[in-house]
Write a protein of this length. Sequence first.
Lengths: 867, 147
Amino acid sequence: MASKRLNPLYLAGIAAFAVLGLLLITGRIGSARKQNGILARWESQVLPKTAPARASINGRLPAAGGGGICLRDQDNLTALREEARRLEEEQAGEPIRGFWRHLDLSKLPRAQAAFLSKHGEWVQQADVDYRDCADVPCILNRLYGSTSGVEGLKAYLWYLRMGYAISTTVNIPQLKPISGMSYRDYHFSDKELSGFWLLSRTLSPPFRNIQTLQSFHRLPKRAYLPDSPRACGKAHLRGGRGWIVLMDKCLTLSEVSDPFKNSPLHLSVSHEISHSYDFAGLLSGPMLSDTEAWKKLSGWTIEEGADPATGKAFRRWKIDSTPDAEGPKDGFVQDYAGTDPGEDWAETVAYFRYEAATALSKSPRKSAFIAARLFGGRTFDESGLNAAYIQAAAGETKAGLPDLVDRCIVSPTDAGASPSRGQAVALKLDIPVEAPFLSCLQRGLAEKIDLALSRLRETEAEACEILNLRADGLRNDVAQALLPELTQIVSRQGSVAERIRAVAKLRERLSASETDPREQALRCFGSESPQTCFSSVREKLFDETVVELALEIGEELPAEKQRFLKEYDYVRAQGELVRLYEQIFAGIEPKLDAAADKRWQACRLATSDAGASPALSPFSGGSRFVSAAILNCINGAVNEDLARVRDRFAGRLGISVTDPDAQAFSLAQLAPRYLRRLSEALAREAAQEDQDRALRESATIGPMAAALASDLTWLGDPACLQRARTLLDSALSANPVPTRFLALEDLREDWAAKACQRALKSPEVARKAWESALSGLEAEVLASAVEEASSCRAQSPKNTSTQRKQRKDCLTRSATWKRIEATALAQWGSSELGRRFASRQEEARRHLEKSRGSLQSSAVAQMEAGG
Amino acid sequence: MKILLLAALVLAFSSGCQREARLVSTRQVVPGKTSITELTDQRGPPLRAAPLESRPGAETLSYPGNETFQAEQGKIVAHWRDPEPGEATLQYWRHRWKGQNPRYEEIAGTRDAHGNAEFLLRDSSSQTAVVYDPRRDRVLRVLRYGQ
């Protein structure tokens, strides 16, 4: 059979697709796209040494060629150093200028300089001398007091891979250092750092470089968060800055062989990072956990209601478990996940990755959502891992099949060295082939599969566990997965070559067009629905590019389109875009802070816009009142400030940001830091103004209350507030009170009300007010008597002395009069005066008893006069 | 060209009318005054009606556009809606209610495990309140109420 196929045309075809296959494997065609578009241009200018990340299963970077050493066994100094070196190389680029303590940043590897520039505050410690350290791992090891040199390296690797700092100081945002505790008490232990290292190798790319997460902190043993004493970890976000605090219970590592099983560290830390990922949604819309797409999976709805008398509102989450069109609603992986959609998200993600079986059985719909969103569609239960390994190994091996077939056709006995491990794979082609050829394929395939599986051992935390149990089974499964492809290659010869050539041409064309996904994400940034925009741009690009090749590609076309569309979604592309910006603009933070400080100084005393409408974006001023003058001053200059800082910084790197989309995106990236700095300045100054005003308050209200008490003409009249406002206006015009962070109108109302309250408490005013209230009560009695009087008059209408007496008796009869008094008391009790003296109702009633005679006389006189 | 201009005018006029119609229909529902019957006459039947578990005797009527009405004893007593684009910052309401001394208070039961809570800025003079999420620096809901 084989000899019949050995003709020149066939060999030429084989050679052609072998070359093309190799091009596809090595990514030389794919890498072309990095050379087009402004982003790629900047990248090559600023980060010239950056190598494109080699994709592997789940998008993780492959390990440093550990020769099949299990991932978990790479936690040693040599391997960690090699890993750091490689990651530093990938993050190399233009030097960052400036100094951090004694270190000239421009002389450090770029990643180290970026780390110190961005996270230097978390490695400061006054009483540790690290002047002789020339790099970051040395500084960190000195702080950890490490003898092995691994602690600092692991903390640094966490930054290199994930983009976050692990703090070594006692400082934690918004927490005071605990007295008696040394900075060492705030350090993660070596074992805990190993947990972090393993996490960094098991979490997928979306968990890296989250914009709303900057640092990790540990509380000393047995310490807890004052506002959440039962929590063992907490993700925070304040003013665009994010950090995670962890405590003992969240940091326990499992002792059993499976590193994840029942390991609180992995569950807790991934739970908290998932919160930070969720928070990042706030930068451009709702949090992911607040989207309908997520909430509907469990049936989360919010119940909102109000007390219509006061407007006091209540809102609470509840579950509507009615099945929807897609089936029954999911349950929860843990009771705690049922707290709210945010906890549901964080807990389900953690379980999905580290307790997969539970997540898949209790929350299948949410698991599918998370798999697609964060893990490229894969799952981590045993069958999911098996499937992923088969797919990954088959994917890697598949690319080399044309070459293998070619070699086995040319020289069936030589091609393929002996399988490195044991047996050749079992392979049964459905087409007749000669035994040496088949044997060659089996050996060659086994070699390639073993290589792919060996790579999995190095990069996948669970791979060794599974491969140790069923390596042969997995090898055969991979071979089976490749069988159709292999059969096709062997049987279809030239036509396969044609198809592969067409696919390669398509990929090349897609690469040659403007297809850098980051570029597409940039174009869609700011559109109403960036995800939809991004998908349709990529779909259109594919459809336009494929037109001429569609026939040649044939049945592979839908799969090729899917591959192209699935390669990048907006979230991933935007993440890479953000990462690129962060790399380019690493070290810009101090410039942004300086610009914000300068702007605050220029605007903090602005007063010229009194009465103007406030500009509320991008600086809203937060939850407290900020004068329109300050807001307008700041918002009129924000974009100009940011553009100036950006352009100066970029200019020094030799790039200019002129593209409108790039300008808009860069401003959006740089704004949070600048705005946060402004918010911090505002909070400080507003607190100072509050203090100043508190001092002025009693000094102003006291004399006002005294003035109100000395002139009681306002009593019994709601004019107290009016009079108090007049008094306040003259006090303020003589000695103005600062009202940059409180509306003057609110201050007037507040202080006038307080002056009235205080005046009413003075004994003289209190007596007069009580007398006035009693007069009001008597007036109510006479008002209530009018109605009864008309009824009495109707019974005895004549103006004779007998009927006058009958009318008087009717009105003053005990039952009637008690009714009149009761009505009057009720009316009075609901009036403003009555409410003020609510505690003296009994006294008021006794007053009516005492005055009954005179009140009855007045009521009778009133009745007779009315008649 | 003339046709284009005409089309643009028609479009602008029609969209303006739609907007006005929405405002009028919302304006006609006055918490404390409008009955459930009047509401359904104006707005049609609700998408969903459900008892308000936290307030016995009350029910919520949900309408498209994330609008809900709270009804008690046959009367609409509260109307919830999303803020219009210009109303989404708390600062807008702070300035709008200058001199009314609006109350700013945490909404009970909304504090989550991360210490984040929602707040209510409430102006009793206009019987309006807004739900504010400090973490997002955004007004989530606008509430009008009345007995």
